[in-house]
Design a protein around this ligand. Structure first.
Ligand SMILES: [Zn+2]
Length: 296
């Protein structure tokens, strides 16, 4: 699943001007949901944005925001008002890509934005989950669902904001990191890598971390995001999960790059928690069972 760094780098690619391979400034000609589940909102009608230029593409958590403000010229300046924003979530296998062929039935197609210059953007979703989707919002998108209940973005959260969120949740660290309401933007891979870099158990209780541990966690969040973003900015398109460099994520049975111990995993139906016992759990190997008393 794309996480904050992958979405951020992709937003930067899309934000380039039209003559530099991006979409900024392109005038919307039409929006078409291709699957029944693509459009998550009834109002406003997406056609309200037709005729407006795509002013910015930005990000909140793992969501992409395509902003189409109404522009009014006057007094020598252009004012932007009444924005229509398309909020896109890629979920597990979604991608938002330039649509070269613009076929009538695009493979894995979910929704399409067509622009007056003949270009188009296509939301695709591989697999059968059909969870990727688009919300069309009028006004300030940040104050509305699905963005309004997100926690602070993980790349800008301060140490004290993090401490407050950790204390308020009182859950296991790995769960906290993946939950978008404490802090936003982190998924399965970064959660594993952050816990490892911070030398903290993924099952540590968030409201029992001491000051030094919170310091390490805050530094690890910033460091892991910076490294992933630097990697992702070097790609011409969004990376696949298997391409992303990591120390423990999906490295079960490999040696830990930090200490040489064997990376272990606690496996769940949909994902696994990967960790190094020596670096993170005082050498303790956690039972592969969520109810185990050893999961501390
Ligand atoms: Zn280690």
């Amino acid at each position: 699943m794309p996480e904050l760094p992958e979405v951020q780098a992709h937003v930067e690619r899309l934000s380039r001007p039209v003559d530099d391979g991006g979409f900024a400034g392109a005038v919307l000609g039409g929006f078409r949901p291709i699957t029944f589940t693509a459009l998550k909102t009834a109002l406003p009608d997406p056609s309200e944005a037709v005729g407006r230029p795509l002013r910015t593409v930005d990000r909140r958590g793992k969501f992409l925001l395509l902003r189409f403000p109404s522009e009014r010229a006057g007094d020598g300046a252009v004012t932007e008002e009444d924005p229509i924003t398309f909020v896109v979530h890629l979920m597990q296998g979604g991608r938002l890509v330039p649509d070269e062929s613009q076929s009538a039935k695009p493979r894995n197609g979910v929704a399409r934005w067509s622009f007056d210059d003949g270009t188009a953007l296509l939301l695709t979703e591989a697999g059968k989950e059909r969870k990727a989707g688009v919300w069309v919002l009028a006004g300030d998108p940040l104050t509305q669902s699905p963005l309004s209940d997100l926690g602070i973005d993980a790349d800008v959260v301060t140490r004290d904001q993090l401490a407050t969120a950790l204390d308020a949740k009182g859950t296991r660290l790995h769960t906290f990191l993946r939950d978008q309401h404490g802090i936003a933007g982190i998924g399965r891979m970064l959660a594993n890598e952050i816990c490892h870099r911070a030398r903290l158990s993924p099952f540590a209780a968030t409201n029992k971390l001491d000051g030094d541990q919170v310091d390490r966690l805050h530094a690890a969040i910033a460091g892991c995001i910076a490294d992933a973003l630097a990697f992702e900015r070097g790609m011409e398109r969004m990376s696949k999960s298997a391409e992303r460099p990591g120390n423990v994520h999906h490295h079960k049975s490999d040696p830990c790059p930090t200490c040489g111990d064997t990376v272990r995993a606690v496996e769940y139906n949909a994902y696994e928690v990967d960790y190094c016992p020596t670096c993170q759990t005082g050498g303790k190997v956690l039972a592969d069972n969520t109810t185990s008393k050893f999961l501390k």
